[in-house]
Design a protein around this ligand. Structure first.
Ligand SMILES: Cc1cc2nc3c(=O)[nH]c(=O)nc-3n(C[C@H](O)[C@H](O)[C@H](O)COP(=O)(O)OP(=O)(O)OC[C@H]3O[C@@H](n4cnc5c(N)ncnc54)[C@H](O)[C@@H]3O)c2cc1C
Length: 327
């Protein structure tokens, strides 16, 4: 296969934005996505509502029309799918990138199907593949999940939800409304301040009226087949339990980036090295785009503030390609 100008790893909203921008500039490009179009969004909870309004999720100023101001997951799937199909973006789905190596003036991108040669690489792989583990005995049991899909599954069941941010609170409320007996285990002293402003009063009222039992400043100690053990300020609590949803956030695949030669800050944030003016990493010609840029700070970047990365990167690619031709 001929050498491409750019390979984009990840067909999420930001990888798609990069593909659109590359196409507009007449560059040869390919998006490689290990799942379906916008795989992370596809795996979000079925009834999930974004905290951003639809205009803020738009890419390349293509209008995103939604029923309510804040769109639902299904509407976002439809929006990004239509962008890919109507613009005939070059994307290979269900093809996983296993590694990227640089040799001379090009990169080799190895997938589970083949090896590509390209001048530049954009990594837009997000952070939704690796959950933050609880690291407690019993976490490996089948009744424990780090992903939540649909409340129907938990109806009439004793459910422990671990976490205090949007994912955990949405799951706790939805499941309680479908008849689960919900306990909420929160590491800090309160429901997260970033919880959607129209959802936070709802959960606080459900906790205050006793419909959902919340344990604050509490951590999971152990999960057993039919119980969960919690450390609380008042001592150990043992609850009868059928299922655990450990919704304690996600992290980027650092090993994948490390193997490419990308370096990180050596504090707990593990910020990848890149120039914010160009998004180029410490490896020349290798760029980062989207939420992956935040390292462990997964609340720093969203679609709404990282969609700009596409223009910055493609602008830099075209500038540097022009100066390489001139020189
Ligand atoms: C529940 C939830 C709600 C959110 N709500 C909002 C919101 O309202 N507004 C907002 O702006 N942001 C929101 N975000 C944050 C952010 O917008 C999303 O994480 C968004 O999907 C990030 O886009 P991205 O393209 O950077 O990464 P992703 O959408 O995660 O895309 C990365 C893609 O890379 C693919 N991939 C990963 N590894 C490989 C590989 N080795 N080979 C090939 N493909 C690979 C994945 O399958 C995935 O499709 C939310 C996040 C979550 C988890």
């Amino acid at each position: 296969m001929d050498k491409l100008d750019i390979i984009i790893i990840g067909g999420g909203p930001i990888g798609i934005a990069c593909g659109l921008e590359a196409q507009k500039e007449g560059l040869s490009y390919l998006i490689l996505e290990k799942g379906p179009i916008v795989n992370s969004l596809f795996n979000y909870p079925s009834n999930m509502q974004f905290f951003s309004s639809s205009e803020k999720l738009e890419i390349d100023e293509i209008p995103f029309i939604s029923k309510e101001a804040k769109p639902k997951r299904n509407e976002a799937l439809e929006y990004y799918r239509r962008i890919v199909t109507s613009n005939k973006l070059r994307i290979h789905l269900f093809e996983t990138v296993n590694g990227v190596t640089k040799g001379g003036d090009h990169f080799s991108v190895t997938t589970d199907k083949t090896v590509y040669r390209t001048t530049k690489v954009i990594v837009a792989t997000g952070f939704y593949d690796l959950p933050n583990p609880l690291n407690v005995p019993g976490e490996e049991l089948a009744k424990v999940s780090h992903y939540y899909k649909d409340p129907h599954f938990y109806a009439s069941q004793k459910l422990a939800v671990v976490g205090a941010s949007n994912s955990a609170i949405d799951a706790a409320l939805e499941c309680w409304r479908k008849g689960s007996e919900v306990s909420l285990i929160i590491r800090g002293p309160e429901v997260g301040q970033r919880v959607k402003y129209w959802v936070r009063p709802d959960i606080i009222n459900r906790i205050e009226e006793g419909s959902i039992k919340a344990y604050y400043n509490a951590t999971v100690k152990e999960i057993r087949k039919d119980k969960i053990l919690i450390d609380t300020p008042d001592g150990e609590v043992i609850l009868e339990n059928d299922f655990v949803l450990a919704l304690t956030g996600y992290m980027p695949n650092f090993e994948f980036l490390e193997k490419m030669g990308i370096t990180f800050s050596d504090d707990e944030k593990r910020l990848p090295t890149y120039n914010p003016k160009t998004m180029e990493t410490n490896i020349s010609g290798l760029y980062l785009a989207g939420v992956i840029c935040g390292g462990m700070e997964t609340h720093k970047w969203f679609i709404e503030n990282s969609r700009i990365h596409a223009k910055i990167i493609i602008g830099h690619v075209t500038e540097t390609s022009a100066s390489e031709i001139d020189s």
